[in-house]
Design a protein around this ligand. Structure first.
Ligand SMILES: [Zn+2]
Length: 106
């Protein structure tokens, strides 16, 4: 279980909980990421990618309403590279989620 991730100089705590109305939530003020623990496989992968996108946008100070598509795409690519390079356990976790099928272990 991933308890924290690094984004540049920041350490982001990860908490597994039950959320209402969403599957994940990033609180930038407290550097805390909440993930609904009832998810697995592609659904959980989806949530991680979604929340990591928010983390990248926030910490790169990208206002998606003001930036064009290309600068956002560049920030996303660079941001994921940064995350996967500095969080090998998260990278492995996401690999395993992609490999997960209905009958396999969590
Ligand atoms: Zn969102």
């Amino acid at each position: 279980m991933i308890k924290s991730i690094r984004y540049g100089k920041y350490k982001i705590g990860v908490e597994y909980t039950h959320l209402k109305d969403c599957y994940g939530l990033y609180d930038p003020n407290n550097k805390k990421l909440q993930i609904d623990k009832r998810q697995k496989g592609f659904k959980l992968f989806n949530t991680w990618m979604h929340e990591l996108f928010h983390i990248i946008m926030y910490h790169e100070e990208i206002d998606v309403n003001k930036k064009g598509e290309e600068p956002i795409a560049k920030a996303v690519g660079d941001g994921y590279e940064k995350i996967f390079k500095s969080n090998p356990r998260l990278k492995n976790k996401l690999y395993s989620l992609l490999r997960l099928d209905i009958n396999s272990k969590k």
